[in-house]
Design a protein around this ligand. Sequence first.
Ligand code: URA
Length: 236
Amino acid sequence: MPKVQLERILHTQGFGSRKECRALIRNGRVAISGEEIVDPFVEIDPLGLVFSFDGEPWIYQAQAYVMLNKPAGFECSHQPKHHASIYSLLPPPLNGRGVQSLGRLDEDTTGLLLFSDDGKFIHAISSGKRKVPKTYRVRAKHPVSDEQIQTLLAGVQLIDELSPIVAAGCERLDDSEFLLTVTEGKYHQVKRMVAGVGNRVESLCRVAVGGLQLPADLAPGEWRWLSEDDLAQLRT
Ligand code: URA
């Protein structure tokens, strides 16, 4: 990869305007391999670059692909109305480079939420036409009957929808918990489907998108970069 000025590298990673990044570097806030770099115009190959900013390591990423374990009590909006924004859980450079969530989860829904600044990727994964499966662990208010599971798999007619919405998968975990897989991304879809079969969602956690599972070691509120392997899983 051709070498790029450090000032420009910081700018692409979301640390501010070119002028702001120049000042950050000149103020000694950036180091590479433990060595402070104060020349904003030094040329570096960004591929595989790990620099530190205020002592915190930062991995150069040409495009940002990120997962968050969304906690309850956060809104998927830049202008939240009643709760904090999920974007407040991401480090400032990710917001600085304009990452967006791939679809939305309700304020009280937890689990796997993806972000990117790659418009094509966002469209490919979140467009309803692609039918990417999304799996939710549902805790219901009442015990889940076999009939309710069969109806979810056969299709539930929701108000405002032309035809019944069919679950791509439904697997009981215990009396009142089950995994529900849907391929659409309609407003309050899971809550409305569960209500449609005569039950009620008590809690909802998204545990997978495509073949990508919510990692057990990603605590609520934590984020991490998606690896190449994660990206491949997502497409399966
Ligand atoms: N379905 C819902 O009802 N809520 C979510 O947050 C996601 C899917």
